[in-house]
Design a protein around this ligand. Structure first.
Ligand code: FPP
Ligand code: MG
Length: 326
């Protein structure tokens, strides 16, 4: 991942994306909205989704131009807006080391600031990129909402199926990674086959990204996460790593779990092989992602995209495996 973000052409593009996201987030007629959106945008984040947009453009032989930069900025703005809504739904008070908008401004204002960010991205896509790109992004927002909705229907459901969990993460996370790659392919006027290939790459990467995030929630220490470990359990989100492990924890799941109970679930999952099972699943997704890649002329970009999924898994594996739980 560091390799991706530090590749000169991508790092240079990301600086432009940063300016564009901040400009879009600060474009309301109401200064208070600009302050709120700006705080979330400036609070951090890896900018992985726009980096994928830029990398796709390079992979398809195009130096990212103004339209690709704007499309990448729209992807990041949608991501940031969705996090505002996610924190509101979770009642979270901290994100990226800063206070969430719902904690700072109240739920109603946070809701409309998130709406502003999503709508502003849509407006920029249609006015400053192209209608096909705006369509791709709007379709991704639909999928995000569906994936997130599906998660709420399974909260505290000990019988949640793996299929339902997979469908949810495909919508709530993989769809935007997919769209991030696809918009660059659309801007590059790539062939239908290359569009499908890059979209599949983005989707597979997005899936493994979210599944590893869910694994860390169940295995990494609170200090590493910057939020309490086992947060998903407390919130009633029984994620794919938990469901895949096959350790019987259903007698312990429920509302208002004590710290001891959460720790016992984490211990059983660890003993049931959660780390190895999840990593193996993600390695299969990584292999699928790499298989989906089209032929790429630029060898540096080809290597980057081929190595990214496994490098990301490796990085998370060291976080998940070295940290004792409980
Ligand atoms: C973070 O995941 C949340 C998402 C990836 C998507 C959130 C989507 C919505 C709130 C739907 C509404 C959005 C739109 C675009 C209408 P997480 O909760 O697993 O991760 P976290 O630990 O970072 O909170
Ligand atoms: Mg959340």
């Amino acid at each position: 991942m560091d390799q991706l973000l530090s590749t000169p052409a991508i790092a240079q593009g990301l600086r432009k994306v940063e300016t564009r996201v901040q400009r879009l987030g600060g474009s309301s007629a109401l200064p208070a909205i600009n302050d709120a959106a700006g705080r979330i945008i400036r609070a951090g984040g890896k900018r992985l989704r726009p980096a994928m947009t830029l990398a796709t453009s390079l992979a398809l032989g195009k130096t990212p131009d103004r339209r690709v930069v704007t499309a990448a900025a729209c992807v990041e703005l949608i991501h940031a807006g969705s996090l505002v809504h996610d924190d509101l739904m979770d009642g979270a008070t901290q994100r990226r080391g800063a206070r969430t908008l719902n904690a700072e401004l109240g739920d109603g204002r946070a809701l409309v600031v998130g709406d502003f960010m999503l709508a502003r991205a849509g407006l920029a896509a249609i006015t400053a990129v192209s209608r096909p790109v705006a369509e791709v992004l709007a379709a991704a927002v639909v999928e995000l909402a569906e994936g997130q909705y599906l998660e709420t229907t399974d909260l505290f459901n000990p019988h949640r199926t793996k299929e339902s969990a997979l469908r949810s993460v495909t919508g709530k996370t993989a769809a935007l990674f997919r769209a991030g790659c696809l918009v660059a392919a659309v801007c590059a006027h790539a062939s239908d086959e290359d569009r499908v290939r890059m979209a599949a790459y983005g989707e597979r990467f997005g899936l493994l990204f979210q599944i590893l995030d869910d694994l860390l929630d169940l295995t990494a220490s609170s200090e590493r996460l910057g939020k309490p470990a086992g947060n998903d359990l407390r919130q009633g989100v029984y994620s794919l790593p938990l469901l895949m492990t096959g350790a019987d924890v259903s007698d312990l799941l429920g509302r208002d779990m004590s710290d001891e109970r959460v720790e016992e679930v984490l211990r059983r999952l660890r003993a049931g092989g959660i780390v190895d099972i999840t990593l193996a699943y993600c390695r299969d997704l990584a292999a699928d992602a790499v298989t989906a890649l089209p032929a790429i002329r630029d060898q540096e970009v080809a290597t980057l995209l081929r190595e990214l999924p496994d490098a990301y898994i490796q990085r998370v594996a060291s976080l998940a495996q070295l940290t004792p739980v409980g």
